[in-house]
Design a protein around this ligand. Structure first.
Ligand code: OAD
Length: 246
């Protein structure tokens, strides 16, 4: 499909120097990673992510939660970044100030080549101790899941933010500073349901930024935005880059 972009939007993009982007699971959908709210398949179909991604779930069934994340880790390792991820790498190169804030834990933006990435919900590839969240890089694989820290014997867990947990304070601070001080802000592939990330585009708007949503479906914030580009990010973003060059 071919998308049309308003001359006013293109002018705002050309004149901008400070750009912020918020991404969610939708950006990785075209790589084959199911979004958070898509129905799960196979083995995991009977669980809801909301029931697995909590500290309570880990305490009551650590093996189940570890195994689910191990499955997701393999899933995201086995797929490749898509044209949407690569378009964001190119966009970063065009602006003197560019920050990519992501709710995704799949590390796909960095794999594609994005440099200035703020991870709001952690990264599935990192592993920390459950008790004190100290990162652990090596442990013995004796078949016990979850594995234990070789130093303290505590259970290990993925370094992701679960429901009911605090977001990393530095990442959050940076994200809001970007939203408050940018010329253009994109909200891409996120349902904008989970706070506080969901309030970033609105914060940007309130501070005078041009805010653009890219999503095939309507979201909680669509009605507040002037520029809503309805389509998959892997198609819309490359076309937007081309239109900016024209
Ligand atoms: P969701 O699964 O809630 O939303 C995915 C969004 O991507 C939806 O709005 C889809 O319409 C959109 N989408 C689907 N395919 C797309 C495509 N090809 N291009 C662009 N958009 C597409 O995922 P998030 O908004 O990321 O939090 O969810 C936010 C957070 O809620 C997650 O990080 C996770 C979850 O609960 C935690 O785990 C703390």
């Amino acid at each position: 499909m071919t998308y049309e972009f308003s001359p006013e939007l293109l002018a705002n993009l050309k004149n901008a120097t400070r750009v912020g982007v918020l991404t969610g699971a939708g950006v990785s959908a075209e790589s084959g990673v199911p979004t958070f709210r898509d129905a799960q398949e196979g083995l995991w179909a009977k669980y809801r992510p909301e029931d697995l991604a909590t500290p309570e779930a880990f305490v009551s069934n650590p093996k189940l939660v570890w195994d689910w994340y191990a499955w997701r880790r393999k899933l995201v390792t086995d797929v490749e970044p898509n044209p949407g991820h690569y378009a964001l790498v190119e966009l970063e190169q065009r602006y003197p100030e560019f920050t990519l804030i992501t709710q995704n834990v799949d590390g796909m933006h960095q794999r594609a080549g994005s440099q200035n990435v703020v991870e709001l919900h952690g990264n599935i590839r990192r592993v920390v101790r459950f008790k004190d969240r100290v990162e652990v890089t090596e442990w013995e694989d004796d078949g016990e899941n979850p594995p234990r820290c070789p130093t303290t014997g505590d259970y290990l867990r993925p370094d992701v933010v679960w429901f009911g947990e605090m977001l990393p304070p530095e990442a959050l601070k940076t994200a809001f500073a970007v939203a408050e001080n940018c010329d253009v802000f994109f909200s891409i592939g996120t349902s904008a349901l989970v706070q506080p990330a969901a309030s970033l585009p609105i914060t940007a708007k309130e501070n005078g930024a041009t805010v653009i949503e890219i999503n095939p479906d309507s979201t909680m914030i669509s009605q507040y935005l002037k520029y809503v580009l309805r389509g998959p990010s892997g198609e819309v973003l490359p076309q937007l880059l081309d239109a900016m060059q024209a």
